[in-house]
Write a protein that binds this ligand. Structure first.
Ligand SMILES: Nc1ncnc2c1ncn2[C@@H]1O[C@H](COP(=O)(O)OP(=O)(O)O)[C@@H](O)[C@H]1O
Ligand SMILES: [Mg+2]
Length: 365
């Protein structure tokens, strides 16, 4: 698998962005500008081009389409550079019901397999506060590097949804049906749990390393899975489903399974949610994401394009500096947006960084 870097992007009718050609370098790209001018929209456009989707929830074509666009279609034109430094022109035409892809001017059925990782340091808050955010995060990342996990997770989710539908209706009428579907859910529960444990093992060393590299702390960061399934056999799990059935019928939903598991972030052995400052939580969160990027490279022998949105607040200047130095040494392409003057100063110190100034959806020359 080869990695791609984005060299140029031009969008038409995408949010507030004007049809300027935006040029990126292969290393660090800083997108600067005041709030509400279109910095995040650039990252979103790249995310949509790469994955068909936004990183924002429940956001699609109607939200992307410019308020004052004429024709209801969005055009993405771009140039990517592949592993052998060949330039590829890649375009997409998006309407309310489909997307057409063009590679070097020719229509193609399948889109390019572009990998991007979107990081918003602000998401650290949700990650530390909500178990569902943690699960979603880890599920998404394991799914990115493991198709089998993604498939099995979706089978499990559908199975659970069906089970819950039966439970919420007339559970007594459907008991037999619920019991009949439990063996498969038990097998899937076993698989998902084992893969999550394996993922944490895979990422463990990278976390320790990135945390040290980025924040140069003597502190230790670890992540562990809090699961009621670890150590059980598929039959045990099935038995727990069975034992809980009466309670589940009363509650109208399934109270047990990997959809209830949680992850604990340990900072020097202490739960980071309970004991860490917001800055430390943010550092831990970023370390986890960069560790994931390293694991990704190990798996694929290539890096994703890294989009970092809105670095601001909570980290002091010393930490910013370390983060910038870390990014500078990396081989991945990174696009980083900020309205923060202090961080802008840090980025200004990087001689090789490409700076893109955005005002009212336009690139200022
Ligand atoms: N569909 C749309 N059409 C036109 N403008 C939009 C659309 N969606 C959002 N915007 C505008 O985009 C701007 C926000 O851009 P954004 O990239 O989030 O700014 P920032 O530079 O702060 O990251 C807002 O001014 C908003 O009104
Ligand atoms: Mg923004």
């Amino acid at each position: 698998m080869s990695s791609f870097k984005i060299s140029k992007l031009q969008v038409t009718n995408f949010r507030n962005l004007n049809s300027d050609i935006i040029t990126f370098s292969n290393g660090i790209n800083c997108i600067l500008g005041e709030n509400g001018n279109g910095k995040t929209n650039i990252l979103e456009a790249i995310n949509v081009l790469a994955t068909k989707k936004s990183f924002r929830k429940n956001t699609s074509f109607p939200q992307f389409l410019s308020f004052d666009g004429g024709k209801p279609e969005i055009i993405f034109s771009s140039v990517f550079e592949n592993h052998s430094q060949e330039k590829i022109s890649y375009s997409a035409k998006m309407t309310s019901d489909n997307i057409l892809w063009f590679l070097n001017g020719e229509p193609v059925k399948k889109k390019l397999d572009l990998k991007v990782i979107f990081i918003n340091p602000f998401d650290s808050y949700g990650f530390h506060n909500n178990a569902s955010d943690r699960r979603e995060w880890i599920d998404f990342f394991i799914g990115q590097i493991d198709q089998t996990y993604k498939r099995n997770l979706s089978r499990y989710t559908q199975g659970m949804r069906f089970r819950n539908t039966l439970l919420s209706k007339k559970p007594n009428k459907f008991k037999e049906q619920i019991i009949a579907s439990d063996p498969e859910l038990s097998m899937l529960s076993m698989y998902l749990t084992a893969r999550r444990v394996e993922f944490l093992k895979e990422i463990e060393d990278y976390i320790a390393l990135t945390f040290k590299q980025i924040f140069s702390e003597e502190h230790q960061l670890k992540i562990s899975l809090d699961s009621k399934i670890i150590g059980l056999s598929a039959l045990n799990v099935q038995q727990v489903f069975r034992n809980n059935l009466e309670i589940d019928c009363e509650r109208g939903h399934s109270s047990y399974g990997p959809h209830k598991d949680d992850y604990v972030l340990l900072f020097d052995g202490l739960n980071s949610y309970d004991y860490c400052s917001l800055g430390q939580q943010k550092m831990s969160y970023l370390s986890l994401l960069f560790a994931y990027i390293e694991l990704f490279r190990y798996k694929y022998m290539s890096y994703p394009i890294v989009l970092i949105d809105d670095v601001s607040g909570e980290l002091d200047q010393h930490r910013w500096r370390r983060l910038v130095e870390y990014l500078e040494k990396r081989e991945f392409q990174v696009l980083i947006t900020t309205a923060n003057e202090k961080f802008k100063e840090e980025l200004d110190r990087i001689s090789g960084a490409n700076k893109i100034h955005i005002k009212n959806g336009s690139v200022i020359k």
